[in-house]
Design a protein around this ligand. Structure first.
Ligand SMILES: Nc1ncnc2c1ncn2[C@@H]1O[C@H](COP(=O)(O)OP(=O)(O)OP(=O)(O)O)[C@@H](O)[C@H]1O
Length: 624
């Protein structure tokens, strides 16, 4: 599965016992400039030896070593002579496999605890006699295996063991998480003092390795890279250019009409400045007129279609068709071309985790050939922030490198399309229930309105609820956020809540302004989005806020023909879950005032600005 490594390899294998923490260990090791791979726990000692790993980390996992369904592993891994760090379940497995015992559910510990550690253990060198760590476990080591000694305790519980002679170490806690304050020091001790690695996996060395790999894979063939205007594909193009030069690189950008302000021209300019020739195709009209077919039924043309899934499908289909036509026009045959994809490490890790649960389908999709040619993934070894670092090293401009993630279908899925208001039989009942929820917090002085539009995805596609009040909630945002958490739990047909800035909503709007992907609607959204980007840049918030989708929704709040803008300032590290940025803490209050003032003054036809105050879950990051 892994490419054979040279004999002097400094790679560490992280054997994933099924916990989310495996990914975090991967991240930490790379930060410590150590190359690592996340592999399923059942990887055999023979494979690990063949691939030349220098050390192993066995991760945490939810099972008990005695359970019938405990994840499979090869006991020989503990006899290979490699230095091993077992973390949580990994430590229990190491102890059990080497002949010790594990006590089931002795005493659960979940949270941050002080553990007493032995300073004489190489693992804890340089630390004091106690350290704060995250413990989250039920089982724990009872009798250490022969040759092991206890080097850490949390009360009566064994928190760390070692067999220094065999370079086997185990910790019950999680050194990889931020909550373990000396976690990095402990990992460093293992990597550099026990395993004697050098920590030479630097950005520079990785760039060289990536370039070598591209050259070796591609040979004298050509490479096609589709450049979206986002970070990953731009960095991918710049790296490929450095690896194979401009003659054999075909970089293609498609303007589908849903790009942000000057995004297409910006990416073309930035790459041209590096000498990367990029073909930009204006396919706005192709996209607007395109249709798709589902179950034998033809959709409306994209510019008039409202259903989110149909919009996405039309864009996906048209994207393939336009690209294919472009490739054919250039006389390129699939067998002569590699297609470069900006797949990042977390994408591959997701697949590897699926492998652990014996579902190998996903990883395969990464290696399938496509109609457009065989795939190479030059960034597969990088995390998002590392891609940004690489981009800067390659000479891409900071504003491009720091662009926020933007979905492929772009503004098309940030324009809530509807030609009719969404009003179900439950509308009145749900409106009353929403008002009752707000009335439970009289101190917030809220007025509520169930808006006649839907947001969300296939799992939950339902009403958008709006709250407003007479006075800005300056001190009350936190209470408002708590209420926004509660509302979807009690009202199952509401999945997103916004707070409408400015005066309170006079009456619940039951009408909408018909909106589809037409020029005027897209121009409104593009202009508002640009103001948001400028304002975030001014307040230096582009980096702390992971993603700030700006959305156009077809409600004029009583203003004939007007629409409104939703802003979802979203904080997340993992992009799986997240919470809205809190005004007054994460967003300066004066910035909100400025945003509102500018959008209303500069974008014609916008009635209100609404701040999305819902967490994920229940609300998705994007509105559709
Ligand atoms: N308008 C476009 N023109 C050309 N290629 C595109 C366009 N939109 C998307 N792509 C291609 O499809 C890939 C996946 O799109 P997606 O929006 O999911 O990007 P991503 O993985 O976030 O990467 P990026 O940061 O480069 O946008 C992009 O990396 C790019 O190769």
């Amino acid at each position: 599965m892994c490419p054979a490594a040279p004999a002097h390899s400094e790679r560490v294998a992280i054997l994933d016992a099924g916990a989310q923490y495996g990914k975090v260990i991967d991240r930490r090791l790379r930060e410590l400039k150590v190359e690592c791979e996340l592999l399923p726990l059942h990887t055999s000692a023979e494979d690990l030896r063949r691939d030349g790993y220098a050390a192993l980390v066995v991760s945490g996992g939810g099972a008990s070593v005695y359970a019938d369904d405990a994840p499979k592993y090869d006991p020989k891994i503990f006899e290979m002579g490699l230095p091993i760090l077992g973390v949580c379940y990994g430590m229990q497995l190491m102890n059990y496999s080497c002949g010790g015992t594990v006590e089931r559910g002795a005493k659960r510990e979940d949270g941050v605890f002080d553990v007493q550690v032995e300073e004489g253990s190489t693992l804890f060198e340089g630390l004091g006699s106690s350290t704060k760590v995250l413990l989250t476990h039920g089982d724990s080591v009872d009798k250490p295996a022969d040759g092991f000694r206890i080097v850490g305790r949390s009360g009566q519980i064994v928190a760390a063991i070692e067999c220094a002679e065999r370079r086997l170490y185990g910790v019950q806690f999680h050194p990889e998480v931020d909550l373990s304050v000396d976690g990095n020091a402990i990992l460093s001790n293992f990597l550099f003092k026990v395993a004697k690695l050098s920590g030479s996996y630097t950005m520079e060395s990785r760039q060289e390795a990536a370039i070598e790999e591209i050259r070796a894979t591609v040979g004298d063939k050509k490479v096609l890279v589709l450049v979206s205007g986002g970070v990953d594909s731009s960095v991918c193009a710049a790296l490929l250019h450095k690896a194979i030069g401009p003659e054999r690189l075909i970089a293609l950008h498609i303007d589908h009409g849903f790009m942000r302000h000057e995004e297409s021209s910006g990416v073309v300019k930035a790459l041209a400045a590096l000498g990367v020739p990029i073909d930009a195709l204006d396919a706005t009209k192709d996209f607007a007129e395109a249709v798709t077919e589902v179950n034998g039924k033809t959709s409306l043309p994209l510019a008039t279609e409202c259903a989110p899934e149909l919009k996405r499908k039309i864009i996906g289909d048209t994207f393939m068709r336009v690209t294919q036509a472009m490739v054919e026009k250039k006389g390129l045959k699939a067998e002569d071309v590699y297609l470069a994809q900006g797949t990042l490490r977390p994408d591959l890790i997701e697949s590897a985790s699926t492998l652990v649960s014996s579902n190998a389908n996903v990883i395969k999709t990464h290696h399938n050939d496509t109609q457009l040619g065989r795939i190479i993934e030059p960034l597969k070894d990088y995390h998002k922030d590392e891609v940004r670092e690489l981009g800067i090293e390659l000479g891409l401009p900071a504003p491009l490198v720091w662009r926020q993630p933007f979905p492929g279908p772009g503004l098309a899925i940030r324009t809530l399309c509807a030609t009719e208001p969404y009003l179900t039989e439950e509308y009145d009942r749900s409106s009353a229930a929403l008002a009752a929820e707000c009335a439970r917090h009289p101190e917030l002085r809220l007025t509520s309105a169930l808006l006649p539009v839907r947001t969300g995805d296939g799992r939950s596609y339902s009403y958008l609820a709006a709250l407003s009040s007479d006075a800005p909630p300056d001190e009350q945002w936190e209470a408002l956020f708590t209420l926004a958490q509660e509302i979807p739990c009690h009202l199952h047909d509401v999945n997103r809540i916004v707070y409408v800035l400015g005066e309170k909503i006079a009456a619940a709007p039951k009408a909408i302004t018909p909106t589809t992907l037409t020029r005027d609607a897209l121009d409104q959204l593009r202009a508002a989005d640009h103001i948001v980007t400028q304002t975030l840049t001014k307040y230096n918030l582009l980096r702390s806020l992971a993603q700030v989708p700006v959305v156009l929704f077809p409600v004029g709040f009583g203003v004939e023909g007007a629409r409104s803008i939703g802003i979802r300032a979203f904080i997340t590290r993992d992009f799986m879950t997240g919470k809205p940025a809190l005004p007054g803490r994460d967003l300066p209050l004066e910035m909100l005032v400025e945003l509102q003032r500018r959008i209303l003054a500069e974008v014609p036809g916008i009635a209100r600005i609404a701040l999305d105050i819902t967490s994920k879950p229940p609300a998705t990051t994007e509105w559709e």
